[in-house]
Write a protein that binds this ligand. Structure first.
Ligand code: GDP
Length: 609
């Protein structure tokens, strides 16, 4: 490309593939590519794209600039994919890559699951109380979401939220915190729906199950029936020749609990649970809340390393220097090692249960990573509630907002066929602004309406306006799913009229254009006297003679009219369905190319609500 007045900056371009987030601003793009925001803005200006340093760029603009300076980039959606980058920044790989020699045995982490009322809570209480050493912290335990007990000189960690909701919620977020599941089944009630669910969850997570048949003190207890039911589900007790450990207990009367703990240690031994207790800590958030007096509090389970007071910790989008650590006995401690649950004070905000946490190399990195995640959450929160950029009004609602005496902000995503019309549309729209109606341009771009435009519109509660451009099928589907309003125009005056009418509560009925057929142009034939015939392949719906039609080249409308002849082989036909080839006559439009899309449509009035 010939760019007379754009001189690329001298700085070397970062080597290798650089991950760039969609909708980056010139500032952000510049900093990824070792350029200034001004470099980006100046270059785009040469291309006829007017952008400010803080405005989101389209994919095309980002790619154009990157290509210009010879940077190899990969565009990613804001969010998950950059997580890979953030993990690198945090140096998580080096933590995960443990040296065998550094590993030492750690306590097993236990989750108690089972049907409601079968005694999960009672069991957890009993184990905890039986293990509080008299006099220790006044014998009062703290509910912090998990606790540790010591049996035969070995520690066992229990997650203090019974039930599989917490367990699955954790797993859904990718957290694998549990080593062994204790499945509680009441001897008087037997295997019930949630018992089965618990078995499924434990199996899905590939976690060993130890069965606790509870309430054996009850007169109507029938442990053998329970064993038979479990055997049917593939949990065959050892006493029956299987390999499932089954303990008969009474959580109420404290019977069989010590044996249960012994057995958990046996299973733990078989599982060979180990961790490296040195170096930066990493683990998972079990619970988090905002405490009035203490600020954000998170209970974390350390999975490797040692967490210490003063450490710069990142948990999801929260970060902070650890101000204090409080253990399950309510005591302040200086450190917590593998499998130890501990409450953390000092985070910037409330983390989410299931979030990973890791101690960052330094404060700055911790803050940076948390800030990035916060940003991604915001951007990626498509269709999310009040979270996004700024809550805008829909075109249809704008009048009621004005009437309510509020300043209405109309967020707009504008796509147009060429830069010239984009500028013209924007400039004319700006003239409509008044005190009570502000316009905010979330994105202005050139080209067809894509899925990404819809996502952005959904995230920012914006109305999408297309000028001489159309949404592709994916974009249309997503718009329907997300409830994004797309209004397409070919005459600026119509667009301005609509917006003005919306401001006075008189928005005309919207004509929804229902796409009835889509065909891809494969070849153009010139026929003497008749003109051009487009040899097409119908990809969607049905193409019907006399229906309204428009031709699209890369999402941009290049012509509009009617289908005036339609043929299959030599025969004139009324319609051609998906999967068939046909010839479409184009009396007064001759400029089609292979690869163009022919779209037929009908206009239907959408009643206003
Ligand atoms: P969860 O819903 O599984 O957490 O069940 P809970 O621990 O809340 O127990 C439900 C009811 O069963 C409570 O009234 C307990 O006191 C009672 N319970 C729990 N374990 C036993 C037990 O071993 N024997 C008897 N008789 N009752 C028990």
């Amino acid at each position: 490309m010939d760019m007379p007045s754009y001189t690329p900056a001298e700085a070397p371009v970062p080597e290798g593939e650089i991950v760039v987030e969609r909708a980056s601003t010139p500032q952000e793009l510049g900093s990824r590519l070792n350029r200034t925001a001004a470099d980006v803005v100046r270059f785009l200006m040469q291309q006829g794209e007017m952008v400010t340093a803080t405005q989101s760029l389209s994919d095309d603009m980002i790619e154009l600039f990157s290509a210009e300076i010879g940077a190899e980039i990969r565009l990613v959606d804001p969010g998950e994919e950059q997580e890979v980058e953030l993990q690198k920044v945090l140096g998580v790989d080096e933590l995960d890559d443990e040296d065998e020699a550094d590993l030492v045995p750690r306590a097993p982490v236990i989750t108690v699951m089972g049907h409601v009322d079968h005694g999960k809570t009672k069991l957890l209480d009993q184990i905890r109380n039986a293990n509080v050493v008299a006099g220790e912290a006044g014998g009062i335990t703290q509910h912090i979401g998990a606790y540790q007990v010591v049996k035969n000189g070995r520690a066992i960690t229990f997650i203090d939220t019974p039930g599989h909701e917490a367990f699955t919620a954790m797993r859904a977020r990718g957290a694998e915190a549990t080593d062994i599941v204790v499945l509680v089944v009441a001897a008087d009630d037997g295997v019930m729906p949630q018992t089965l669910e618990a078995i499924d969850h434990a199996r899905a997570a590939d976690v060993p199950i130890v069965v606790a048949v509870n309430k054996i003190d009850r007169d109507n207890a029938d442990p053998d029936r329970v064993l038979a039911q479990l055997a049917e589900r593939g949990l065959v007790p050892e006493s029956w020749g299987g390999d499932t450990i089954v303990c008969q207990i009474s959580a109420l009367q404290n019977i069989g609990i010590e044996e249960l703990l012994d057995n958990l240690l046996v299973v733990a031994e078989l599982e060979d649970l180990e961790a490296n207790p040195t170096g930066r800590a990493k683990g998972v958030v079990l619970e988090a809340e905002l405490d009035v007096g203490r600020g954000p509090v998170a209970t974390v389970l350390v999975q490797r390393g040692t967490l210490a007071v003063g450490d710069p910790l990142v948990a999801g989008a929260a970060w902070g220097r650890v101000r204090a650590l409080i253990n399950d006995k309510g005591e302040q401690v200086k450190t917590a090692g593998p499998s130890e649950p501990v409450q953390v004070l000092g985070l910037s905000e409330v983390a989410e249960a299931g979030d990973d946490f890791v101690v960052a190399p330094d404060d700055r990195t911790a803050r940076q990573v948390a800030g990035k995640r916060e940003h991604y959450h915001r951007v990626a929160n498509i269709g999310g509630s009040a979270s996004a950029i700024n809550a805008g009004a829909r075109l249809e609602d704008i009048f009621s907002q004005i009437q309510a005496g509020e300043t209405a902000t109309l967020n707009l995503v504008i796509k147009a066929d060429v830069t010239g019309s984009l500028e013209a549309v924007t400039e004319s729209l700006k003239k409509l602004e008044r005190d009570e109606v502000k316009l905010s341009f979330v994105l202005r771009g050139v080209g067809g309406i894509t899925q990404y435009d819809i996502q952005l519109a959904a995230a920012s509660n914006a109305t999408l306006i297309g000028f001489n451009v159309r949404p592709d099928r994916k974009a249309r589907e997503l718009a329907d799913a997300e409830g994004v309003e797309i209004r397409t125009y070919e005459v600026i005056y119509h667009l301005l009229e609509d917006i003005e009418n919306a401001m006075v509560g008189m928005l005309a009925p919207e004509f929804e254009e229902v796409v009835t057929g889509e065909a891809e142009v494969r070849e153009i034939f010139r026929v003497p006297k008749i003109g051009a015939i487009a040899g097409c392949y119908v990809t969607n719906g049905t193409i019907t003679r006399n229906s309204k039609v428009r031709f699209l080249r890369e999402g941009t409308i290049i012509w509009k009219g009617t289908v005036n002849s339609l043929r299959r082989f030599k025969d004139d036909v009324r319609e051609v369905a998906t999967g068939f080839e046909c010839g479409i006559g184009l009396s007064d439009f001759q400029d089609l190319k292979a690869g163009d899309i022919i779209e037929t449509f009908e206009e239907r009035e959408i009643p206003r609500t």
